[in-house]
Design a protein around this ligand. Structure first.
Ligand SMILES: *Cc1c(COP(=O)(O)O)cnc(C)c1O
Length: 257
């Protein structure tokens, strides 16, 4: 059973069962090995690509088990689940943890995301950028955070509005808009390969858009691309961060968008 809990620790926090910890450990090892192999196959250094473990839908006990296994960066995609887990987990450890928002953000949720997120992968509009900038300003004032918010611009490759993302024609204007904001730091691009066609086709397209983008913004080097199903292809096309959920956590209890 995924997410099985085995009681509580000394601090009264729920802990994952030994079987679950072993499962997570094995899956994590396999994902790391697969990523290393993809890097080698692509002629890249193994530490070129970060592994972001996507923990959405899974309990804090699982995340605590992952912290025990050495993971420090987590991807979340839903509020208020994400904010609650980030606060609880940070309170329970001295380790510096990074929480990345990778899912679509409703503007009214920007206020809380601005409090807990170290990085947003899914920035796709001027309005959302403004809302996040304002939220981060408040969080900095309140002492809830100490650093600006790192952002990636999510590319929309097939113009399907449901998936979110900015279409290529609007990419530069959005980047300019973000540059003018005080509390956001533009770090790069993010892409989710659409289901139609092959991942290779979409990753190639994204990589070519990124080449143009990098020519004008050489510092925005991050490229969040690749998930459980297509990380090898993404690494071949320059990914600097793969977002892996299912391959490490198991199947999510509910189908996520
Ligand atoms: C859920 C999610 C992932 C993880 O997908 P898996 O196929 O489970 O690895 C990656 N990126 C985004 C944006 C997600 O929402």
């Amino acid at each position: 059973m995924t997410g099985a809990q085995d009681g509580t620790d000394a601090g009264g926090l729920e802990t994952a069962s030994p079987e679950r910890v072993r499962e997570l450990s094995d899956n994590l090892d396999a994902a790391r090995a697969r990523l290393a192999q993809a890097c080698t196959a692509a002629g890249r250094a193994v530490d070129d690509v970060d592994l972001l473990v996507v923990t959405k839908f899974f309990p804090a006990a699982d995340v605590r088990a992952l912290i025990g296994l050495g993971v420090r960066a987590f991807g979340e995609s839903r509020e208020p689940e994400a904010g609650r887990k980030a606060a609880e987990l940070r309170a329970g450890t001295e380790e510096p943890l990074a929480f990345h928002m990778i899912g679509q953000i409703q503007r009214k949720k920007a206020k809380t995301v601005g409090r807990w997120a170290d990085r947003v992968h899914s920035l796709d509009s001027d309005r959302l950028a403004d809302a996040l900038d304002a939220a981060v300003a408040v969080a900095l004032d309140d002492g809830d955070r100490h650093d600006p918010l790192e952002v990636l611009l999510q590319l929309n490759l097939d113009s399907d509005p449901d998936r979110g993302g900015v279409v290529v024609d609007d990419l530069e204007a959005l980047a300019d808009h973000v540059d003018a904001l005080d509390h956001l730091r533009l770090r790069g691009l993010m892409v989710i390969a659409p289901q139609s066609e092959t991942p290779a086709l979409w990753m190639e397209r994204a990589a070519s858009i990124r080449t143009g983008f990098l020519a004008r913004r050489p510092d925005a080097v991050e490229f969040s691309a690749g998930m459980s199903g297509d990380l090898d292809e993404a690494v071949r096309h320059g990914s600097t961060c793969v977002r892996v959920g299912t391959a490490i956590m198991g199947a999510r209890p509910i189908r996520s968008p």
